[in-house]
Design a protein around this ligand. Structure first.
Ligand code: ADP
Ligand code: MG
Length: 261
């Protein structure tokens, strides 16, 4: 299978602390890969290196065979890697639809922001952007289409997380990284998110998902990477990973193994 992303001996040091320690893995194109592990095990740092927020201390990151390690985050976004953040970052005063339009803006060269600023020549492009954003919302989430005109700041928490994903999709990425998208979601809300994320992969997108909610990991991933103290300690389908002794000891606890017997 072709890898869309190859991480090679990647490391990140913060002064004396080794946050990510010699991590290597491959992500097959069109797959959904989970990253799990205890708090502080290096999951977000890994995502931050892949998306250009941090420059790696060592190692390489290949996207489609091309090294992206150490490149600027806007360049990486343009190449086709989009992300969401562990802490929600939306424009609360803008509507749901407008938030998606802002996401698309990077790909369109700032047309929507220009329109917001009242630069008339760009206004006609606003209608196109709105139509595209609505199509994108419709493809991703029925719930958001119904709330397209609502101010983002007033959305229930789960819908805010969903909207962050929709906005990242507006960049038309080939690889999407989600940092704890199900944080704070109820089991019902997670069920909907499982359906929505699976739908993305059906459309050909590759997804990397950092998550503590095993319901989501179990529901969507093809394989799972487990980090502990910055090191990769497992890399296999969740059904195998959940029975691995080192993973149970480092992270999952007995309940997952016991649930199998
Ligand atoms: P996770 O997402 O798995 O909870 P993080 O990647 O956020 O873990 O953090 C891994 C380790 O790196 C933690 O010990 C954290 O305190 C440290 N760390 C993360 N970012 C920085 C930073 N910018 N400066 C210093 N230490 C950091
Ligand atoms: Mg984190």
């Amino acid at each position: 299978m072709t890898s869309i992303l190859s991480v090679r001996n990647l490391a990140k040091h913060f002064d004396g602390l080794v946050a990510v320690d010699d991590v290597s893995f491959d992500v097959p194109a069109g797959s959904i890969v989970g990253i799990i592990g205890p708090n502080g095990s290096g999951k977000t740092t890994l995502i931050n290196m892949i998306t250009g927020v941090y420059v790696p201390s060592a190692g390489d990151i290949l996207f489609d065979g091309q090294s992206v390690a150490g490149r600027k985050s806007f360049e990486i976004a343009r190449i086709g890697i989009a992300r969401t953040f562990q802490n929600i970052r939306l424009f609360d005063e803008l509507s749901v639809l407008e938030n998606v339009m802002v996401g698309a803006d990077a790909a369109r060269g700032g047309a929507y922001f220009s329109a917001l600023l009242g630069l008339g020549a760009e206004l006609r492009r606003e209608a196109d952007a709105a139509r595209d954003a609505m199509a994108l919302l419709a493809a991703f989430s029925d719930d958001l289409v119904r709330r397209a005109d609502v101010q983002a700041g007033t959305l229930p928490y789960a819908d805010k997380r969903r909207l962050e994903i929709a906005r990242a999709l507006a960049l038309r990425p080939r690889l999407l990284l989600l940092d704890e998208p199900a944080a704070g979601m109820s089991p019902d809300e997670i069920r909907t998110l499982v359906r929505e994320i699976k739908g993305l992969a059906v459309g050909g997108l590759t997804v990397i998902l950092v998550e503590h909610k095993m319901r989501l990991i179990e529901g969507v991933t093809d394989s799972v990477i487990v980090l502990d103290h910055g090191k990769k300690i497992a890399d296999a389908p969740f059904d195998q990973v959940r029975r691995q002794k080192n993973v149970i000891e480092a992270y999952l606890g007995r309940s997952y193994a016991d649930a199998q017997s």
